[in-house]
Ligand binder design. Structure first.
Ligand SMILES: Nc1ncnc2c1ncn2[C@@H]1O[C@H](COP(=O)(O)OP(=O)(O)OP(=O)(O)O)[C@@H](O)[C@H]1O
Length: 584
């Protein structure tokens, strides 16, 4: 847990964390010694030694003051770390997230990020503010009391030493269970949360298939699993917390029994026994509190572990040295192999070159690796072997920001911000003039949408571009790319763009972009494929053919075989032989 706390606080705060723990331990030790000093005070009082009692009382007073100072120091340092966590953890998470590879951001991971940034941050600050003190002092103070007891009366001290393994084992057992069931409940929580989002997003599909009334089985199952996990956690936690309390009471009872036995055999005087039992009674308090809190600390530890794991995710290796780009707009793959899972390559030994200011269409069966090819250019992931070059430089040898300046990415799932149409196009180049934005809108075909909207380019598009169709969203994305004028444009032709209207605009934008940029298009439209300077046919992650449309037809290979079958289809998609035909 201390390692996770250090990760979450960051290297700049390690010394603060060390000092906080030093004061926390000092507080526990001083409290234990102060408790133990009650024994000589009481003994002196019972023996009628007033001077001795006063002397011991004076030492006790000094100890109490020292304990208060330590308590104050550790509390203030704990609160300060809690405040630091609340104020800086979001920034640390944000700074880290922008350095992670784009391919890391799956919907499950995005859910994790959201939870870490909300409940995770609060929990971590709570650990410093409220949880660590009772748990750490609840261990250190009793340990000090045990040592003092050994000095004051070794026999009773021995009883406490013998009790320690029982207390430790009970604590480990209950904390492990609580941690496990909290982890299961959290996973069930996350799954239910993801299903709720999925349910909301899938409303159109569910209603189209009449599934809205009968419910959505995966969501119901996830919610049931969550309730079950929550109930199980309660059922498993309570008995274990009680067991912790019971073990402490058992130890106390054993101490009393041994103490009474010793008194009956005159091995210890009644005054000393009362004083020692008073000490033992004080010893039970912090232990019980620690036992009660340790379950909560364990649960918080799980949250803390998740935040720390997020911060431990390896960032995309980056460099500060800008690369010399002597082949503006060129894309080259040199013997590239890449797989999402070890030992299962999705791209195998891929070599290709896309000359500057040309258009290359990538075609291939579903799952052939077309999207993966494009992702490697934009460094969603890094190749396992071989190199990907943009502008003549290896994408890993230039700062991410330099690479991103070289690339425009037009994907199928275009995300629009809850802003105006103009604001969304301006994302391509924030310092563009109004005239340039309007020109990009015209080329991308957004002008035609604008004419239908009441506020023109100033119309808000709603969260994610909800008020626009899929094809319209892609046109905005194309307009962004036109405005950015990056040397390389990577475009995944959306199936939504397959209606003749969108096709017209996308084709026009492609022609404009080609004047200045290199285009690599995952092509679904015949017109794009035929117009390309080069067609790359991917088959199971390998480049199986390359050439122009005419060359590939003449070669009579995979491309030619499917050409005939797809010719009449409005969409273009190569599918493996024997599988159902895919149409747009
Ligand atoms: N994030 C990922 N994690 C694991 N496997 C993935 C991931 N993305 C894609 N794959 C797998 O990699 C292979 C290639 O996928 P890719 O999306 O590159 O193919 P594609 O040719 O673009 O397919 P499609 O035309 O259907 O989009 C597929 O088997 C796919 O299941």
């Amino acid at each position: 847990m201390i390692r996770h706390l250090a990760t979450v606080l960051g290297p700049d705060r390690r010394s603060d964390l060390r000092r906080y723990f030093m004061w926390l331990v000092a507080y526990g030790v001083l409290e234990g010694i102060a408790m133990a000093f009650l024994v000589p005070v009481l003994r002196s009082l019972f023996d009628g030694d007033t001077d001795g009692a006063l002397r011991h009382l004076a030492v006790l007073a000094v100890l109490v003051v020292a304990t208060c100072v330590a308590r104050y120091q550790q509390a203030m340092r704990g609160f300060s770390l809690a405040v630091v966590t609340l104020t800086t953890l979001h920034d640390r998470l944000g700074d880290h997230l922008v350095r992670l590879p784009l391919g890391w951001f799956t919907s499950e991971k995005v859910g994790r990020v959201a939870r870490s940034a909300t409940t995770g941050t609060l929990t971590v600050s709570n650990v410093f503010a409220h949880l660590l003190t009772p748990v750490v002092s609840g261990v250190v103070t009793p340990a000090t009391v045990v040592l003092a007891m050994l000095v004051l009366d070794w026999r009773l001290g021995l009883v406490l030493v013998c009790c320690a393994p029982l207390l430790y084992a009970t604590h480990r057992w209950s904390a492990a269970w609580i941690g496990r069931s909290e982890h299961q409940r959290d996973s069930a929580d996350a799954r239910a949360g993801n299903r709720v989002v999925e349910f909301a997003r899938a409303q159109k599909t569910l209603r189209a298939f009449g599934r809205d009334r009968e419910g959505y089985a995966p969501l119901e199952a996830a919610v049931d699993a969550r309730s079950e996990a929550g109930g199980r956690m309660l059922a498993e936690t309570m008995p274990r917390l009680l067991a912790g309390g019971l073990a402490i009471q058992l130890c106390f009872a054993a101490l009393v029994a041994v103490g009474v036995a010793l008194a009956l055999h005159d091995a210890v005087g009644p005054a000393a026994l009362v004083a020692l039992l008073a000490l033992a009674a004080r010893f039970v308090g912090p232990l019980s509190e620690a036992a009660g809190m340790s379950g909560m600390l364990r649960m918080a530890g799980n949250d803390l572990g998740r935040v720390a794991a997020l911060l431990d995710e390896p960032p995309l290796p980056d460099t500060d040295t800008r690369a010399a780009l002597d082949r503006r707009g060129e894309i080259a793959f040199d013997k590239v192999t890449f797989g999402y899972e070890d030992g299962d390559p999705v791209l195998r030994d891929v070599s290709l070159r896309v000359p500057p200011r040309t258009m290359t269409a990538v075609v291939g069966a579903s799952g052939a690796g077309k999207t993966t090819l494009v992702r490697l250019i934009a460094r969603f992931f890094d190749a396992d072997a071989g190199s990907v070059r943009v502008g003549g430089a290896d994408v890993r040898r230039m700062p991410v920001e330099q690479l991103m300046a070289q690339i425009s990415l037009v994907q199928q799932d275009v995300y629009l911000f809850d802003d105006t149409l103009e604001g969304n196009i301006r994302v391509g180049r924030p310092d563009a003039t109004d005239e340039e934005v309007r020109e990009a809108a015209r080329i991308g075909g957004v002008e035609e949408i604008v004419e239908r909207l009441p506020d023109g380019l100033a119309t808000r598009v709603g969260e994610g571009g909800a008020s626009l169709s899929g094809g319209e969203r892609q046109r905005v994305s194309v307009a962004r790319a036109v405005l950015k004028r990056a040397p390389v444009v990577l475009l995944d032709e959306a199936t939504a763009a397959l209606d003749p209207e969108n096709e017209k605009y996308v084709q026009r934008a492609l022609r404009t972009l080609m004047a200045d940029s290199t285009l690599l298009v995952i092509a679904h439209q015949l017109s794009t494929v035929v117009a390309a300077d080069q067609i790359i046919v991917l088959d199971e992650g390998r480049v199986s053919e390359r050439g122009t449309h005419e060359e590939l037809l003449a070669a009579g290979g995979l491309y030619a075989r499917f050409w005939e079958r797809r010719r009449r289809s409005r969409g273009w998609r190569l599918v493996p032989e024997g599988t159902a035909e895919v149409t747009a």
